[in-house]
Design a protein around this ligand. Structure first.
Ligand code: TYD
Ligand code: MG
Length: 444
């Protein structure tokens, strides 16, 4: 196909992709029939149930996110930015699987087998038992899988795979889609679990993994900042388990270690300083306490800066607007920085109040303190009308904070009486309560 940079129909640049031609159907000169032969519907009860046996990877946090282990015949996409630890995680998982007698194959399109070995050495002797293949050719990889029939295959990464009769470069949408669907076919037919590693740029914008989301059974996103040690693993889609389940890891010298009680870590490290508050967030089905920090400083720019780490930037804009309109706290001439400590990402509306209170504390120059000088814990969603809205699992959020001695928690007022909660109906009330201390009367 000739290179066409711009779609003649919609005017978008670089939106055209090459796809393999479908086989020609000859109709003998006649017009194609309107309908083909009829299919045979089956009673669902007569369909052979999907094998629910799973291969546990031996990495508790990964297994939890997968829904109990990797399902044979399934396709898992593991996305994340370069250097986050995708190869490390898959290396560790294959090592455990191999040690449990489940045959694995680690296909690397980015590194030589010597480089893969180097990483495996850091991960321990079991990792050295994994069989590796350094290859980019999709045809060779498919043939190898057919010949070796491993139970679990890692393709690191899907963007480096290349089918020779398509002339798109590796990583192009056409190549990535082609490679993934060919691998999906082998996976289903031979009941092999395939983990596709995919790079995502910082903006999560790379076309590669995104086009695969509908094709795979499970999409895992590996997040965190490369410079920080904490990593979160999140299921965005999972045909065999719950989504929004989150695993927390820490990158150490011997690979990734599971952080099975992240709250303890984050609370221990919490500063309780000016502009700091503890958010009682939900990560999937698990409550996690994280520290949210804010810095407010006079801006020298026409349009002040809004810098976020771990929360959505538009969400911050919304929160600042609500604070200005409904709590009388204007930040129009100030730079605002918000950071979720530890490189954690919180993607839930329940984080609103924590962001708001951290910002208010930073702006007023007053630290927020809970009972006994402990850090203040809070949760709740801000409505555009300045109301503080209820969010799911309030009881579990409160219980988690209380467990770490951080009660009472500032949160939305509830119909039922929840002990350990300082219920507030609006953001104004929550600000007053947080700044005034828990023993002061709250003016309505
Ligand atoms: P890697 O798994 O190669 O990242 P990705 O495949 O997502 O690009 O590793 C990421 C970083 O982790 C790398 O800079 C080295 C570091 N690392 C450790 O700190 N400890 C270890 O045991 C290993 C294997 C890697
Ligand atoms: Mg890698």
């Amino acid at each position: 196909m000739a290179w066409t940079g711009r779609c003649p129909d919609c005017g978008e640049w670089n939106s055209l992709v090459e796809t393999a031609k479908p086989p020609k159907v000859t109709t003998g000169g006649k017009a194609p029939a309107a309908a083909g032969p009829a299919g045979k519907p089956v009673r669902l009860a007569d369909v052979r149930a999907i094998e629910t046996a799973r291969f546990p990877t031996g990495i508790g946090e990964l297994d939890r996110v997968l829904g109990g282990g990797i399902v044979p015949g399934s396709l898992v996409l593991l996305g994340g930015s370069p250097g986050i630890g995708k190869s490390t995680l898959t290396g560790m998982a294959t090592a455990n699987l191999q040690a449990n007698g489940i045959d694995t194959l680690y296909v690397s399109g980015e590194e030589s087998t010597a480089q893969v070995r180097l990483r495996a050495e850091r991960l321990g002797p079991a990792a050295l038992e994994v069989r590796a293949l350094a290859e980019n050719s999709l045809e060779t990889i498919l043939a190898t899988i057919e010949a070796e029939k491993p139970k679990v295959v890692v393709i690191d990464s899907i963007q480096t795979m290349h089918r020779s009769d398509l002339n798109g470069a590796p990583g192009s949408v056409g190549q990535v889609r082609e490679a993934a669907s060919a691998l999906a076919e082998v996976a289903k037919r031979l009941e092999i679990a395939v983990i596709l590693v995919g790079h995502v740029t910082k903006e999560g914008s790379l076309a590669g993994p995104r086009v695969l989301e509908h094709l795979v059974d499970c999409v895992l996103q590996f997040e965190g900042e490369r410079e920080r040690t904490y990593r979160t693993l999140r299921a965005i889609k999972n045909r065999f388990g719950a989504t929004s389940e989150v695993g927390v890891f820490e990158m150490r010298s011997g690979g990734l270690t599971e952080v099975s009680d992240p709250s303890a870590r984050f609370v221990e490290e919490a500063t309780g300083a000016l502009g700091s508050v503890i958010l009682t967030s939900m990560e999937g089905t698990r409550p996690v306490l994280v520290e949210v920090q804010a810095l407010v400083s006079p801006s020298e720019l026409e349009i002040p800066r809004r810098v976020v780490n771990g929360i959505d930037r538009n969400r911050l804009s919304m929160i600042l607007a609500v604070l200005a309109r409904h709590a009388g706290i204007g930040l129009g001439t100030a730079d605002v920085f918000v950071n979720v400590v530890g490189g954690v990402r919180v993607d839930e509306p329940g984080a609103d109040l924590a962001v708001a209170l951290a910002v208010v504390s930073a702006q007023k120059g007053e630290p927020l303190q809970g009972d006994g000088g402990r850090p203040l814990a809070c949760f709740g969603e801000l409505g555009l009308t300045g109301d503080l809205r209820f969010v799911g699992h309030a009881d579990r959020r409160i219980a988690e904070a209380v467990k770490f001695g951080l009660g009472p928690v500032v949160g939305p007022r509830s119909g039922e009486l929840l002990s350990g909660l300082t219920g507030c109906g609006s953001v104004r009330e929550a600000v007053r309560s947080a700044l005034g201390g828990s023993n002061q009367q709250i003016a309505a």
